[in-house]
Design a protein around this ligand. Structure first.
Ligand SMILES: NC(=O)c1ccc[n+]([C@@H]2O[C@H](COP(=O)([O-])OP(=O)(O)OC[C@H]3O[C@@H](n4cnc5c(N)ncnc54)[C@H](OP(=O)(O)O)[C@@H]3O)[C@@H](O)[C@H]2O)c1
Length: 397
């Protein structure tokens, strides 16, 4: 077989985002191992044009026609296809040559293309956690039926995936997700009331896209990860715990029935879980990364999360236990609350209040199919756009 044919061909949803850029940087280090055949981006045509020049994909997609026109002007020499609109990510996710799809769009908009990838028989490296929050049962069932792997890219789930490898699933007692705690770990409830957008975007250990950075600061990110873990590892809510570990060195742990706890540790760098998922079942020699130096790292600390100051965590547990369409409603309400906070249309402390109010107004239905979930998502977005958060909090007093 020629070298070109031995390379793993993959499609990348969200190529211009934080995970997407890290993925393509890794591919550039291992050009003999991987080939990006299709890229889906949003509106960052400057970054996508540069990716086209460096990776020469066969197909790219952008969010709308204006972005497509702009992209064509930037890369007149490109002979591949440029698609615009919602059909684009679908075509990227089902590109015939891709053996694997790295799903790194942000939010529920990644659900339909990711499900299409699974149904087209592609293995999925999953960064876009909202996919499993909205439709965990549907997507994991489809993956089982189609015989494809769901390979976690989220560093916590990737750590658990590694700690489960070669172990008997019926000997797992508990999963422990670690959380950095975000920038406001030491802030009082009163201080949280005055948080600004710039402060919330300043994560202490990870450099990520804006939505996940805000979610990390409210602990909603950890709540979404609890739901993601439930579906990826088939473990119910009562056996998933969260512990705050500000150094972000222990990426998560699995406790077994004999009391043994297996943890995965590494420097906080998304290259490691991305590389693990892309190269699975082998490991890549990532010699360019700074090695983990435990004496230099100093003390590793672990504390229980403060569920009063960070109510988003319990909102996610509540949604998971309610089941059906409730996790989709939690997610959609949170996406809108974060969008409004970033637009300075909602106070930071009103993010959980608004999400709770939308959940209170929802009677969950069975998550029987995609249409039911998408309708719940659309309903919750409307409710969160019109809710103030403040009024609901006052009414609740
Ligand atoms: N960042 C991390 O370290 C990290 C770690 C673990 C898990 N995750 C998860 O991975 C996912 C991606 O996170 P991220 O931090 O990489 O997000 P991000 O930096 O915000 O990137 C989001 C990507 O989605 C694209 N996009 C946004 N709206 C779109 C639209 N309407 N149509 C098509 N494409 C659109 C963006 O395109 P443009 O920029 O071109 O508009 C960009 O490529 C999230 O679910 C997050 O929770 C991220």
């Amino acid at each position: 077989m020629s070298e070109a044919r031995q390379r793993r061909a993959f499609a990348l949803l969200g190529s211009t985002g934080s995970v997407g850029v890290s993925t393509l940087a890794l591919v550039e280090r291992f050009p003999e191992r991987f080939r990006a055949v299709a890229l889906a981006a949003g509106r960052n045509t400057a970054a996508l044009a540069e990716q086209i020049r460096r990776h020469d994909p066969e197909l790219v997609s952008v969010a709308d026609e204006a972005s497509a026109r702009d992209l064509r002007a930037r890369v007149p020499e490109f002979t591949g296809r440029i698609l615009a609109g919602s059909e684009g990510p679908l075509a990227v996710a089902t590109h015939p040559e891709a053996e694997l799809v790295l799903s790194a769009l942000v939010g529920a908009l990644g659900l339909v293309p990711t499900l299409a990838a699974v149904r087209a028989g592609k293995h999925v490296a999953l960064a876009n956690k909202e996919v499993l929050v909205v439709a965990g049962e549907l997507v994991t069932r489809a993956a089982r039926e189609c015989g494809v792997d769901l390979l976690p890219v989220d560093s916590e789930h990737n750590a658990i995936f590694q700690a489960l490898r070669g172990q008997a699933r019926d000997e797992v007692k508990r999963i422990v997700l670690t959380a950095s705690g975000g920038p406001f770990l030491a802030r009082s409830a009163a201080e949280l009331a005055t948080v600004t957008v710039a402060e919330a975007l300043n994560h202490p250990t990870w450099k990520m896209g804006p939505k996940i950075t805000i979610d990390s600061s409210t602990l909603m990110n950890k709540g979404l990860e609890v739901i993601e873990a439930r579906w990826l590892f088939d473990v119910d809510a009562d056996r998933i715990d969260v512990v705050i570990h500000p150094q972000s060195i222990v990426h998560s742990m699995v406790e077994y029935v004999d009391g043994s706890v297996l943890a995965q540790m590494a420097v906080p760098d998304m290259t490691i879980p991305i590389g693990y998922a892309l190269a699975y079942p082998s490991r890549l020699p990532l010699d360019h990364l700074r090695p983990l130096d435990l004496p230099a790292a100093g003390t590793l600390t672990f504390v229980a999360p403060d569920r009063q100051r960070f109510p988003c965590l319990d909102l996610a547990y509540r949604a998971l236990r309610a089941g059906g369409t409730m996790p989709a409603v939690l997610n959609a309400a949170n996406e809108i609350a974060v969008e409004r906070f970033l637009a300075e249309d909602l106070a930071y402390r009103d993010i959980p209040t608004l999400v709770a109010a939308v959940m209170d107004a929802h009677a969950p239905a069975p998550a029987s199919d995609l249409d039911v979930l998408l309708a719940a998502d659309a309903w919750a977005r409307d409710a969160a756009r019109s809710g103030s958060g403040r009024a609901e909090r006052a009414a609740a007093r």
